[in-house]
Design a protein around this ligand. Structure first.
Ligand SMILES: *Cc1c(COP(=O)(O)O)cnc(C)c1O
Length: 417
C-alpha cells in the first residue's frame, strides 16, 4: 500500500485497503466495534465449524473421538501450524490448551525453579491482576515470600510507558537473584509493545528464564518467539484471535526445553504418548513436544470456532499483512485525533510505531472520562473503560475500516463539544 495515511481520506484509504472485504467474514455489533482487544468479533464461518462438531457428535457419538480428520483426540493439532506461524514458533513448540492463567501456572511450574540464591520474579507493577495473582501464588507455593521475591517494574514518575533502558537495568540489577522475567508482549492498559527480543536476551544474560504473556500481542503485532529465544509464552485467543468468550488459550515452549524430561511438570493423560494413552498404563511416556504440558482433553467446540478465525487470518496473508494495515490505521487515527481532539484527548500509548499495537489508550484531559465513555457506549461506539481513567480503543485491521475511525472521532468530538 503506497497510500499515505497522513493526507488521504478514510474513503480513499478504505478503497485502497486489500483487507477491506475481510469485514464481511465477521458478524459485528451495531455501530463501531473497537473492542477486539477484549473480545474479538464473531467470524461468520465459526457457526459452520461448530455446527460440524455438533453434527459429528450427533451422528458419531463417542466415536467422534477417533473418527476421521476431525477426530477429537487430536483436534488441537488442527490449529498448531497456524498458531505457530502467528507467534513465530515451530509446530513442536506450540499447543492450544486450557485458559491463559492456567497456562501461566503450568509453565511457571516448569520454568520458575527458585533456589535460596535465585528466587525472584520480575513483573510489571501494573501487570494484569491475573498475572500478578498467579506469580504471587507461585512464589508462596515454593515457600518464598513475595515481599522478598517479587520485583515490580514501573514507568518513571510522570510517564506512562516503561523505558527499555529501565527494564534492562532492573534485570541487570537483580542479576543472579533473578529466576524468572515474566512480562507482557503488549501492555494491556497503555498498548505499549515491549522490546521482547531485548528482554529475552537480557534475562538470559543474567541466567534467568524469560516468559511472555501475549494476551494483547498475539494477532496484533508480529512475533518471533523461537528466534528471540523466549523460554515460554502463553496467550488467550478470544482477543485478537476471535475464538469467542472463554476460547481455548495457547502455549509456547522453546524447542530447547520441549523434550527436557528433567523439568518439573504437572502431568495429565493428555501429555502422554497418544498411541499408548488409551492402554491406561500409569507410566508417563512424555510426548516429546510442548504437547507434554497438556493435561486434559481440549475444548473441541471452542477450538472449532478458533479454526474459523485462523483460516481468515491465513487468507488475509497472516499477521504481517494485518499489521501493515494496522500501521496505516494507527497513523490515520493519530492524525484524526490531532486534527480534532488536541487539548481534549491525550493518548497514553507510545507514539513510536515499533512501540505500539493497534490499541489506543485515551485519557480525557481535565477528567470526566467515565462520563464520555458512557456516552460513547450509548452511541454504539464499542470501546472499554479501564480504571482509573482510560478509554481503550482498538481498530482491528481484519474487520475495522478507516471510516470506523472517522465515525469514532466524530462521535467523540460531538460528545465532548
Ligand atoms: C486478557 C488477559 C488475561 C485474562 O486471563 P484469562 O486466564 O484468559 O482469564 C490475563 N492476562 C492478561 C495480560 C490479559 O490481557
Amino acid at each position: 500500500m503506497s497510500i499515505d495515511a497522513s493526507t488521504a481520506t478514510a474513503a480513499e484509504l478504505d478503497a485502497a485497503d486489500p483487507l477491506a472485504e475481510f469485514r464481511n467474514y465477521f458478524e459485528l455489533p451495531e455501530g463501531v466495534y473497537f473492542v477486539g482487544n477484549s473480545l474479538g468479533a464473531l467470524p461468520r464461518a465459526a457457526r459452520d465449524f461448530v455446527t460440524t462438531e455438533f453434527d459429528r457428535w450427533s451422528t458419531l457419538g463417542v466415536e467422534g473421538h477417533m473418527t476421521g480428520d476431525l477426530a477429537w483426540v487430536s483436534y488441537h493439532d488442527l490449529v498448531t501450524d497456524q498458531l505457530a506461524r502467528i507467534v513465530g514458533g515451530h509446530a513442536d513448540e506450540v499447543v492450544a490448551m486450557n485458559g491463559l492463567t492456567v497456562n501461566l501456572h503450568l509453565l511457571m511450574v516448569s520454568f520458575y525453579r527458585p533456589t535460596a540464591e535465585r528466587h525472584k520474579i520480575l513483573i510489571e507493577g501494573h501487570a494484569f491482576p491475573s498475572d500478578h495473582f498467579a506469580v504471587e501464588s507461585q512464589i508462596r507455593q515454593r515457600g518464598f515470600d513475595p515481599e522478598q521475591s517479587l520485583v515490580l517494574i514501573e514507568p518513571r514518575e510522570g510517564e506512562d510507558a516503561l523505558r527499555t533502558e529501565d527494564i534492562l537495568a532492573t534485570i541487570a540489577e537483580h542479576g543472579d537473584e533473578l529466576a524468572l522475567v515474566m512480562l507482557p508482549g503488549v501492555q494491556y492498559y497503555t498498548g505499549q509493545v515491549l522490546p521482547m527480543a531485548e528482554i529475552a536476551a537480557a534475562g538470559h544474560a543474567v541466567g534467568a528464564m524469560v516468559g511472555l504473556d501475549l494476551a494483547h500481542a498475539v494477532g496484533n503485532v508480529e512475533l518471533e518467539l523461537h528466534e528471540w529465544g523466549v523460554d515460554f509464552a502463553a496467550w488467550c485467543s478470544y482477543k485478537y484471535l476471535n475464538s469467542g468468550p472463554g476460547g481455548v488459550a495457547g502455549a509456547f515452549v522453546h524447542r530447547r526445553h520441549v523434550n527436557d524430561q528433567t523439568l518439573p511438570k504437572f502431568l495429565g493423560w493428555w501429555g502422554t504418548n497418544p498411541s499408548t494413552r488409551f492402554e491406561m498404563a500409569t507410566e508417563f511416556d512424555a510426548i516429546p513436544t510442548v504437547e507434554s504440558w497438556q493435561l486434559t482433553n481440549a475444548p473441541v467446540l471452542s477450538m472449532a470456532a478458533l479454526r474459523a478465525s485462523l483460516d481468515i487470518i491465513d487468507r488475509a496473508g497472516g499477521v504481517a499483512t494485518m499489521r501493515a494495515k494496522s500501521e496505516l490505521q494507527i497513523a490515520y487515527f493519530d492524525r484524526r485525533l490531532a486534527e480534532t481532539m488536541t487539548g481534549r484527548i491525550r493518548n497514553l500509548t507510545p507514539q513510536l510505531m515499533t512501540e505500539r499495537g493497534c490499541q489506543f489508550a485515551l485519557q480525557v484531559i481535565g477528567g470526566g472520562g467515565k462520563d464520555v465513555f458512557d456516552q460513547l457506549i450509548e452511541a454504539h461506539m464499542h470501546c472499554d473503560w479501564r480504571e482509573p481513567d482510560v478509554i481503550r480503543v482498538a481498530p482491528v485491521p481484519l474487520y475495522n475500516s478507516f471510516a470506523d475511525i472517522d465515525n469514532f472521532v466524530e462521535t467523540l468530538d460531538r460528545i465532548m463539544s
